[in-house]
Design a protein around this ligand. Sequence first.
Ligand code: G6P
Length: 604
Amino acid sequence: MCGIVGYIGQKNTKEILLEGLKELEYRGYDSAGIAVLSGGVFNSFKATGKLINLEEKTKEFQTKGFAVGIGHTRWATHGKPTELNAHPHVGESSYVVHNGIIENYAQLKKNLIDEGVTFLSQTDTEVIVHQFEKNLKTTKNAFDAFKKTIKELEGAYAILLVTKAEEEKIFFAKNGSPMLVGINEANEKYFASSDAPLIGHATDVNYFEDGDYGYVSADEIIIYDKNDTKKAPHFAKLATNKLSAQKDGYRFFMEKEIYEQSDVIADTLLGRVSEKEVLFEELDASLFEGINEIKLCACGTSYHAALTASYLFERYAKVKSTVEIASEFRYREPIMSKETLFVVISQSGETADTLETLKMAKNAGLKTLAICNVDNSSMVRLADATILARAGIEKGVASTKAFATQVTIFWMLSLYLAKRNNTLTQAAIEKQLELLRALPLCVKVQDSMHERIKRLSKRYLHGHGFFFIGRDIFFPLALEGALKLKEISYLHAEGYPSGEMKHGPIALADPELFTIALLPEHLLYEKSKSNVEELSARDSTICAISPLAFDKADDFIETKKQKDYMLEFFEMMVVVQLLSLEISVRLGNDVDMPRNLAKSVTVE
Ligand code: G6P
């Protein structure tokens, strides 16, 4: 997701900022920018796309002697990935970079506009710099103005601000988004939103805590905590391994990405869920005119997200929905009707089979929609409309956070269509919106849960097979759980509908057959339970995942009591992801780069 760097010192500030941004590249971004203040003059550059574009733009620009500078890589959440929306954002004589979300930005922006301030971007970030400059007019100094501004902001943020009003300082604030400052013997100061850019430059780092704010100059690091009490920095030695720094302290990218799900779901919801309805400003209402069927087409994990969507579209929006595996669809001479909306789902937007089906649908004159995590990818360019997932770059080959955002989008889209088709009451929609808002918290990984799964995993390293079973949308989740396990543990696993086990697979049941049973409280609990009992009676080893205790299980992973099965779905998604991860770790496999697999399959 977005990344921040900052620098105070005598070296070539531009180079240091660009180098720092490069170290943040692995997080993914769609635009980048820097602002450098030296000798009372600001120079700022922004570019969309790859960092090379920013390097190109700054080719002629050099800094000599003391300077302060800030830089940012952006993954669009609020406003499109344009140059105007790229950071740093500018006021009359100050620049700001920001990660996170300013929740009360709309109100602040309205007040500022009423007072005559002109906004250049669609971002929430821009209010920070204007609010600061407004406060600067009434306070004694820049720090007081900054402090006042921070107190007026609601939401999550890591902020760096530089201003001509005090040109040798960088003002910072941190609340809910990571930020650190590093030092070295040459008396240079480096800021970043993660360790990686600082390695090789700083020797010691101070990780800011939530509520910290203050400023840094060549000689001082002034920090106040959330109660406005001054505190000394707390330095720790900086790690020297870049790859491990990119993992933000997690053992694997996959683990990091599982933990990131709460944030990326929050980003995916951002600006799309109001009190009354789901909004997709990227969709033109005409896309659904004359449509009586939705056909979803994808591969791998994205296919499982599509399967989940088909249940939600039919249940909430009463639209006939069918799902196709792309590699099958392309060669089976399918009948395509113009009343069908053709939806492709792809993390990368480049998977060859899925891309081909999109071309087929376009050639047949169907309206098309892409659900994708990568802007400007082939599918995004080709489809009539796109809804971007905001998962950030996904490095682990086994997809986790991309799946989470895809299903989030489908849940939102089913409500969007329900409103359009009048198939849910307004009260029912509002209840669903409330659940959606609860989603980021629901997928936060609990330490106790992770520890329990770590302990349990040692019992599941052998056997002649795993069956992940579930009903309704928990069937696609069972498929996804089994796929995760196969991909990274190399153990045989299948996802199966619970009710279908008795029609064949139950013949396999014995103590060496592991059943991972998804037993949500709020969806067909009794029916699913009796399916599991049938397996337990035949001595299959049962690991039940449920908020309700189940005495026929050998192992039990207790999930939280939730208000609705959708929240149970997402919590169980985290459980099956962690279970696969921990089994793979115990088997000593390469979690992030499993054998024989590729992140993006661009060949048939
Ligand atoms: C590859 C990956 C899978 C992924 C599938 C579809 O097989 O290993 O993790 O689910 O491609 O990828 P897409 O980018 O289209 O979602």
